[in-house]
Design a binder for this molecule. Structure first.
Ligand SMILES: [Zn+2]
Length: 524
C-alpha cells in the first residue's frame, strides 16, 4: 500500500463520470479501476452505493473481481439526513455495507447552502457530520470528508466553514478535502484559504474543478499551502470544464517537486494508461494533454529540429520517457533536413545526407500538392523506405478497382466495391459491401488478401477524416483523406490526396494495408 503521509485520491468513477457524454457500465468502471491501480494511486472512489444501483453493483463485484495492488476503494455518500440517527439512515447503511475500507462523506460547509439546499440549521448540519463520521468510524471504516463549496463558504462565513472542518476532524475524519465545487478559484487566493484551514490542525485535502483553467495549478498551490491529499480524475474528466487532471498533478508533484507518489516504473507507463482509459471511456484522447498527449513532446519548427539533434533537452521540459511518452518530430515543410534525419532515426533508420536531401525534396513536393505527413507517420515511413531502396516495393499490385454506390428502392444506400490485385504470383478478384464506398473498398481489399496474409484479419479501419483543400495557383481544390488503422498492438495513420475523394481514400487505404503487413513482419 502507498505511503499514508500523502494521498493520491482518484474520483474518475464518481465525479469524472459526471462528464457530459460519458456513460460507464459496471464493467467499464472495474476496468478503469484496474488501470488506475496499475498507476499506483492510493485511493479509488468507486461511486455512491445506495443512491445509484450501478454503484452498489460496482462495490459488490469489486470485492471478488478486483485484485488491487496499490489502491483502496472509497465509497462516496452524504452525511445522514436531518433529524434522524446515522445508525438508522438507510443511505449510511449502504456505505457501511459497501465493503469499501474507506468512506468519503460529502458535507455542506457553506452556510447558505445549509439553509437553502439542505433546509436545516447550521447546528444540525454540524450534528449530522459529527454523528455520521463517528458512527462509520466506530463500525470500522476509515472516513474522509469532502467539504463541499468550501471556498465559497469560507468567503461567505469563514468561522462556520472552519467549524465544519474542526467538527469532522474531532469526530474522527482522517482527511477533510476542501472542494472548489464551482471551480471558480485562482491559485493565490485558494492557497490563502487552504493555509487558514491547515491551522485548525485538521488534515487537509484538495478537490478542484477546472472552470478557471486552474484546477491543476490550484491543486499544486494547495499542496504548497499544506494539503497532503490530492483528488483528481483521469484525463481531467468531469462535468463542465472537468476536474483536476490527476495525471498532470501526479507528474508535476513527482517530477517537479520530488514527491514519491507512485512507482517510477508506473509513472513511465502513464501515457499508455491514460490512453487505455480513453479506450474504455470512448472519449477521444486530447493530443495536447500535458505529459501524456500525442503532441506533448512533438516539435515542428526546422530551427528547433537542428538544435534538438544536438541536445534534445534544450527543447523539452522533462525526458518524455519518464511518463512513457516519446519525443516526436513532425515532418512538415517547415522542417528541413535535420528533422527528417531525426524522424528517420526515431523510426529506426540511419539516413545518409544524400538520402535525407532526396527525402526532404519529396516531402516538400508532396506537401505542396496537399499531403501532410505530420499526422501520417505511416505514410512518411513508406516514403522513406521507397527512397532508401530507390524503388517502390509493395506486397500487392493493383490492376484496377471499382466502386458503386446505390440507393435502393427502399431508400437505403449500399456500396459495393470490386478490386483486382496481384500478389504472390496470383491474380485476385474480390468484392466487398459496405455502408459507404471506402468501407466497401476496405472490405474488398482485405477479403482479397486475407488468404495470403491472414494477419489482415486483425487490421481494422478505425477513423477516417476528410478535408477539402483550397486550390492554389490556378489548380483545382483537392481532397485530403487521413485514415487511422489499428491492429492488436497499436495504430497508424496514412494519407491520400486527389481531386476525387474516392481515389484519395484508396491511396490512404492501400498504404494502410501495406503498413499493416510491414508491422506484422511481412517484407514485400
Ligand atoms: Zn467535484
Amino acid at each position: 500500500m502507498a505511503d499514508d503521509r500523502f494521498h493520491v485520491y482518484d474520483t474518475t468513477l464518481r465525479d469524472g463520470a459526471q462528464q457530459e457524454g460519458l456513460n460507464l457500465t459496471v464493467a467499464d468502471k472495474l476496468s478503469i479501476a484496474r488501470h488506475l491501480d496499475s498507476l499506483g494511486v492510493g485511493f479509488i472512489e468507486g461511486g455512491w452505493p445506495g443512491a445509484n444501483p450501478k454503484d452498489t453493483e460496482f462495490f459488490r463485484r469489486a470485492q471478488t473481481e478486483l485484485d488491487l495492488k496499490h489502491a483502496q476503494l472509497a465509497a462516496f455518500g452524504a452525511t445522514r439526513r436531518a433529524g434522524m440517527k446515522a445508525a438508522d439512515d438507510p443511505l449510511v447503511a449502504a456505505l457501511r455495507e459497501s465493503g469499501a475500507p474507506v468512506v468519503t462523506l460529502v458535507a455542506k460547509s457553506h452556510d447558505r447552502h445549509v439553509e437553502l439546499a439542505l433546509r436545516t440549521t447550521l447546528d444540525e448540519n454540524l450534528a449530522m457530520i459529527r454523528d455520521t463520521v463517528s458512527h462509520l468510524k466506530a463500525e470500522g471504516q476509515r472516513v474522509f470528508l469532502d467539504a463541499e463549496h468550501f471556498f465559497d463558504g469560507f468567503a461567505s462565513n469563514p468561522a462556520y466553514a472552519l467549524e465544519v472542518l474542526r467538527t469532522a476532524a474531532e469526530a474522527g475524519a482522517d482527511v477533510i478535502a476542501l472542494c472548489d465545487t464551482n471551480g471558480g478559484m485562482l491559485p493565490d487566493e485558494l492557497a490563502d484559504v487552504v493555509y487558514e484551514a491547515v491551522q485548525t490542525s485538521a488534515r487537509v485535502g484538495i478537490h478542484c474543478h477546472d472552470d478557471t483553467g486552474c484546477a491543476v495549478a490550484n491543486t499544486l498551490a494547495a499542496v504548497k499551502a499544506g494539503a497532503t491529499h490530492v483528488q483528481g480524475c483521469a484525463n481531467g474528466y468531469g462535468e463542465r470544464s472537468g476536474n483536476a487532471n490527476l495525471f498532470t498533478v501526479v507528474a508535476n508533484l513527482q517530477l517537479k517537486r520530488g514527491f514519491d507518489l507512485v512507482p517510477s516504473a508506473a509513472l513511465a507507463d502513464m501515457t499508455r494508461i491514460a490512453h487505455a482509459i480513453t479506450e474504455v471511456t470512448n472519449v477521444t484522447p486530447n493530443s495536447h494533454a500535458p505529459y501524456v498527449g500525442m503532441s506533448a513532446f512533438a516539435h515542428k519548427a526546422g530551427l528547433h529540429a537542428s538544435a534538438i539533434k544536438v541536445d534534445p533537452n534544450l527543447y523539452q521540459h522533462i525526458d518524455p520517457a519518464a511518463v512513457g511518452n516519446d519525443m516526436r518530430m513532425l515532418v512538415s515543410d517547415m522542417a528541413g533536413r535535420a528533422s527528417v534525419e531525426l524522424k528517420g532515426r526515431e523510426l529506426g533508420y540511419q539516413l545518409t545526407p544524400e538520402i535525407s536531401k532526396e527525402l526532404v525534396d519529396r516531402v516538400k513536393d508532396l506537401e505542396a500538392k496537399g499531403y501532410t505527413f505530420e499526422a501520417a507517420d505511416a505514410s512518411f515511413e513508406l516514403l522513406l523506405r521507397d527512397t532508401l531502396k530507390g524503388e517502390r516495393r509493395r506486397h500487392f499490385e493493383v490492376e484496377s478497382w471499382r466502386v458503386i454506390v446505390e440507393r435502393t428502392k427502399g431508400g437505403e444506400l449500399v456500396s459495393e466495391a470490386t478490386v483486382k490485385l496481384h500478389a504472390k504470383g496470383e491474380r485476385i478478384v474480390a468484392t466487398g459491401e459496405g455502408n459507404g464506398p471506402v468501407n466497401a473498398l476496405d472490405k474488398a481489399v482485405r477479403l482479397g488478401l486475407e488468404k495470403l496474409y491472414p494477419e489482415l484479419a486483425e487490421v481494422e479501419l478505425i477513423d477516417f477524416k476528410v478535408r477539402i483543400l483550397e486550390g492554389t495557383h490556378g489548380t483545382d481544390a483537392v481532397t485530403r483523406v487521413l485514415i487511422t488503422t489499428s491492429d492488436a498492438t497499436g495504430e497508424w495513420a496514412t494519407v491520400g490526396v486527389d481531386e476525387n475523394i474516392i481515389d484519395a481514400s484508396w491511396q490512404a487505404l492501400e498504404q494502410a494495408v501495406t503498413y499493416g503487413l510491414l508491422r506484422a513482419g511481412r517484407e514485400p
